[in-house]
Design a protein around this ligand. Sequence first.
Ligand code: DGJ
Length: 727
Amino acid sequence: MKKICLYLISLLLSVNSLAQESYGDILISTPNTSLMVTGKQGEPLRFQYYGSRMSSTTDIRNSATALGCSAYPTFGIDCASEYAMQVCHADGDLSLDLYYVSHEQEEDADSRTWKFLLKDKIYPFEVKVCYKAYRTEDVIETWTEITHQEKKPVILYKFASAYFPVKSGNHWISHLHGSWAAESYLTEEQLTTGSKIIKNKDGVRNTQCDNPSFLLSIDGAAKEDYGHVIGGTLAWSGNYAIQFDIDYTRTTHVFAGINPDASFYKLAPKETLRTPELALTYSLEGKGGVSRNFHRWARKYKLAHGEQLRDILLNSWEGVYFDINQQGMTNMMKEFSDMGGELFVMDDGWFGNKYPRNNDTSSLGDWEVCHEKLPEGIEGLIADTCDNEIKFGIWIEPEMTNTVSELYEKHPDWIVCQKNRTPSTGRGGTQLVLDMSNPKVQDFVFGVVDNLMTRHPEIAYIKWDANMTLLNYGSHYLSADKQSHLYIDFHRGLTQVLKRIRQKYPDVVMQACASGGGRVTYGLLPYFDEFWTSDNTDALQRIYMQWGISNFFPAVAMASHVSAAPNHQTGRDIPLKFRFDVAMSGRLGMEIQPANLSNDEKDFAKKAIQIYKVIRPIIQQGDLYRLISPYEKRGVASLMYTSLNKEQAVFFVYKMEHFYGQAIPRFRMAGLQADAFYKLEEINQVKTNLWQHGQVISGKLLMEQGIDLPLHNEYASMVVKLTRVDK
Ligand code: DGJ
């Protein structure tokens, strides 16, 4: 009997797999998500499903939810719909008709990749549509590889990395929008018929205004802790476009990739263009679930040293700006070391001899230490950091120059500009962008880091800045017929340089900065340990920006510094405790002149730094749960991190507004173990305010009922540490 049963089961399974075979259905899965496509000879590859993990393709077919849309729509046959690709063949024909030919699968320890080969029915033109599914993280990356064997180049006018459809619903998107010193504001809106495009055309800094990341909520505005949400983020540092197009069936069609504007690409015969990956995740636990998926994946795969803890640093910028000198630096180091700091970073103003960098009008490119300001050189500074038992870091902006610089005098043809026009300038009225498509420029930029690191192997940290838009579109290096490749080749050149740097200097910690938060992108983060979130260090405004950032990027990478009061950007006067409480919810640092702090403030900072060292692993490596959003305008904002084993947690609350008679909501926690008990301790306080300080409370009660908190004063804030105890 048992044998017959086994036989029947195996028969059923083989019929099932035959059915799958004949449909050509392929399920691409991560631990909790699946994506299904169908590849049938002679037909377009079809995108069928993206959502919770499914164990069989027949289930999707039987439920009739399979979407059946082309997985990579092209222009030329169906001309009325939006498309992912549009080309001009060598003979001038503008059409493309791709059909499925075959697919291959590659595996490594962390992921499985499927590459679906699509060919045009007439032209020797092919596209591989690729999906990479991580084994332990709920992320699927998708991109294309484009090649052809036509007689002459094929012009690619549109070449999206990714396309996927989402069937009708009440679709909302959340994305990050802003401007300099107000980056990464979370913007949430309903998608209505027509197209919504998130894009960037800066050429250099692709996240200063809109980040190439989105949350697509399927059933109404995305909630923090429940609901179907798809998250997407494009791993590209250059111009991009992400389009959400809703057609007459109310299906949302999502296209993401390099912005094709002024970037038509001449693909030579046999050349392969690999487009940047769009990373996708899906969660039923709302925005919070999507964020945690991205954070875990990023720490493991998409961030340099993502699973290591970050040092607490002092950056000299807001403390002294360009006023760099040996004694000033030494004093800052000493004061910071006395407070328990771990790393000192000398920002702008340390270089240039013929043209010393005293302000932003000169010297970029002349990366020699200014002997007048620093007679003992970088060696002298490093010796000081050693004496103070802290590490040393340095600022550079290697992709840039100024008209007033020795570099520009020597290599006027290294800048991005047309051959026959006078270039427009950027910051300081003299700044210019170097042409990263030029291999000589790439060698020079690599050399900036290589020279510093060879001469001073003790350098532990590099802040890599980029403060200008790509103006004067034109390259002296690129041939006349490839001028339209500049926006793309600039970033390919940059990436090549970063790869070389990482090969030779795998351990140096690097920060991606671009006029503040202009480079918060997975296009660059594999080479950087962190990003400078914004030039705006005002703690109140930072709560909004950091909240936005946290939807896609993990706290370990989010540099968050305590700065002076009144704040240099907003003039707001915020208590030191509040400033620390906000900075501690990310990668804590300081951006201040320590000599200007009173002794009481120094004592407070010293204690805060000590406390951060204790909670650092929970914040930098734990799971984030956002509780009350500052955008909801309920007068408060609150979030917490739990360690992955749920043994410890840190809860943050900030008072955002202060009015008499204000009703403060109750704070329901999240991410704890319901049947466990936690001891609550208020930390980083001047005096204990928490009524429940020292109490042991169940995870269940903390999450279901929550706690009331005495947030009576303006700029009240609290940090509460939760430790699991046996009861
Ligand atoms: C812009 C950065 O965002 C600042 O932090 C600082 O490094 C300045 N550049 C220096 O010029």
